[in-house]
Design a protein around this ligand. Structure first.
Ligand SMILES: Cc1cc2nc3c(=O)[nH]c(=O)nc-3n(C[C@H](O)[C@H](O)[C@H](O)COP(=O)(O)OP(=O)(O)OC[C@H]3O[C@@H](n4cnc5c(N)ncnc54)[C@H](O)[C@@H]3O)c2cc1C
Length: 399
């Protein structure tokens, strides 16, 4: 049964992640952000040493591992990683929670063996390409196309802002064809497949982002992912999964912001006393804590709902919306508490604000999450806002 008390297994997983981050990520964070060190060798080490993925040899092991990845343990690990370096969590998530997840959700046994096993071992890097230059929030406007041939498909088009694209070996991409939107698995080295160099961006610097170019790629028929025409339906499931794991990344950022700013406020003396003694400073810190506690509550509710097999679509939208905005504001408030020092790169807090901002845009911008919630209110005859106590549907239709 779901419990708020942390289990021994969860405690060990969190401790192992903390130790790994302290030894392998935090000391290298600057070098990873500047691109002087590559991110994937460290991700690989994390997967093997902390997640134990080296023990997964077959698809059966994989299924067992996926089923055993209990929600809270998984998220406690993700919080630790994000606290150390959010870009690390983002790149690892794109390979595992987006690329692998989409192949696990709808792929054949052969596809899971060929692609997911090397992804979970960290031997290969995965990316997930939905967004296009003219299709961001309006994903149905995508221009990438596929055409059926006797032995497979021909793909043309372009994807942009794709996490890990510049370094990926395995690509899940979506294109439009005769039967609608469909998903395909591409491999680096296929003729006609190319990627851009990493884009320069505001935050999440250690996580490479880029474009995917598809020029007359001949894709074998066994690389169709899921059912032809079902691509967007499958993509929305992947997005819900992404929104379910986003709160842990944002909690990592808020925890780090609160810790750094509180420590600084206790040490910094102005007007003859530590600045934490000023109520105005205490209130800034208390606001971060308030947001952090609310975010944890949302995360645990998502865990409870996942365990009960309830539909998390709406809560995942609300949690992604709330925690991403809360993390950006918390990081900005931490800078305020730390004054000029907080504004300096060296303090490491301004990076948290730049990193957090991404999640108000990616996986569906805040306005899109509001539309998802707003549309539901508009469509429903009666609203049952508590997801836990009143059964599987947040919104019951009138009898
Ligand atoms: C660092 C980074 C990594 C990313 N990684 C990936 C990845 O791995 N895979 C992937 O597929 N994509 C990825 N993305 C893309 C991301 O999902 C898109 O940026 C996002 O969906 C928004 O699309 P857009 O940027 O085209 O903005 P637009 O859709 O052009 O939106 C611009 C603004 O208009 C608002 N808006 C749009 N439509 C409406 C509406 N109907 N009502 C109200 N407001 C609206 C938006 O909320 C936003 O504020 C990544 C983006 C970034 C920046």
């Amino acid at each position: 049964m779901f419990s708020l008390k942390i289990t021994e297994e969860q405690r060990i997983a969190r401790e192992m992640s903390r130790k790994f981050c302290a030894k392998e990520i935090t000391p290298k964070a600057d070098a990873l952000e500047k691109g002087e060190e590559k991110i994937f060798p460290v991700i690989r080490k994390f997967l093997l040493e902390v997640q134990g993925t080296g023990l997964i040899e077959t698809v059966e092991d994989l299924e067992e591992w996926v089923q055993g990845r209990e929600f809270i343990t998984r998220n406690l690990v993700s919080i630790e990683v994000s606290k150390a370096l959010p870009g690390f969590a983002l790149s690892m998530g794109a390979s595992l929670e987006l690329c692998s997840f989409s192949i696990l959700a709808t792929g054949s046994r052969e596809q899971q063996e060929k692609y997911v096993l090397p992804l979970v071992h960290g031997e290969k890097v995965g990316c997930w390409g939905l967004t296009e230059p003219e299709a961001g929030s309006d994903i149905r406007a995508m221009k990438s196309t596929y055409k059926k041939t006797p032995d497979g498909y021909i793909l043309n088009g372009q994807k942009t802002f794709i996490t890990n694209a510049p370094i990926a070996d395995i690509f899940v991409v979506y294109a439009q064809g005769e039967k609608g939107y469909s998903a395909f698995i591409l491999e680096r080295g296929m003729t006609g497949l190319d990627t851009s160099p990493p884009f320069e961006k505001m935050g999440m610097q250690s996580s490479p982002t880029g474009a995917i170019y598809m020029d007359q790629i001949k894709v074998p028929k066994e690389n169709l992912l899921g059912q032809e025409g079902q691509g967007l339906f499958d993509a929305f499931r992947v997005l819900t999964n992404e929104r379910t794991v986003t709160p842990s990344l944002m909690i990592g950022i808020m925890e780090r912001a609160l810790q750094e700013a509180t420590k600084y406020a206790k040490e910094r003396v102005q007007f003859g006393k530590p600045i934490i003694r000023f109520q105005a400073v205490q209130f800034l810190l208390a606001r971060i804590w308030e947001k952090l506690l609310a975010s944890y509550s949302m995360l645990f509710t998502l865990g409870q709902m996942t365990e009960l097999g309830l539909d998390t679509t709406l809560l995942a939208s609300a949690a992604k919306l709330f925690t991403s905005e809360a993390a950006t504001q918390s990081a900005l408030d931490a800078i305020q508490v730390m004054g000029g020092h907080g504004y300096m790169r060296e303090a490491g807090v301004e990076r948290l604000a730049r990193d957090a901002k991404l999640m108000e845009i990616g996986a569906g911008a805040s306005q899109i999450q509001l539309m998802i919630l707003g549309r539901k209110l508009l469509e429903s005859d009666s609203v049952e806002p508590n997801p836990l106590f009143f059964g599987p549907s947040l919104f019951a239709k009138k009898e």
